[in-house]
Design a binder for this molecule. Structure first.
Ligand SMILES: [Zn+2]
Length: 123
């Protein structure tokens, strides 16, 4: 539970609408069931939206990497790949090496520098 807000008299304020929580609900952080549901729904949907968005970014990256493997292309400029919709900041695994980063997108591994991606392979 987040930090609760109270009035000067020590009355709790609803986490959703900011109204004073009625006396009958002094153990609660919402003024009503409606606000409680609304607050939960908003947080739940925000988390869901973020997961859906990140999943689709990873899916896009994966399909681009898969196409490179299928075309036997082992090294590609990040700028060329970005134009096609690749998001270099999104990956499912990451390990920093001295001259590159060892990245993974599900079962595809690749090395990434600031300018290119190479050593693309399925593991
Ligand atoms: Zn409320």
């Amino acid at each position: 539970m987040g930090t609760e807000t109270k009035t000067e008299e020590g009355r709790r304020l609803c986490l959703e609408c900011g109204d004073v929580v009625p006396y009958g609900r002094t153990d609660k952080v919402y003024c009503s069931v409606k606000c409680k549901n609304r607050h939960y729904y908003a947080e739940h949907m925000a988390g869901r939206y973020i997961r859906t968005r990140i999943n689709s970014i990873l899916e896009k990256n994966y399909s681009l990497l898969e196409a490179l493997i299928a075309g036997n292309i082992d090294s590609v400029l990040l700028s060329d790949l970005s134009v096609k919709g690749f998001s270099p900041d999104y990956m499912t695994s990451h390990r920093s090496r001295k001259y590159y980063s060892e990245c993974g997108c599900y079962d595809i591994r690749y090395r990434q520098t600031s300018t290119r991606i190479y050593c693309i392979e399925k593991v």
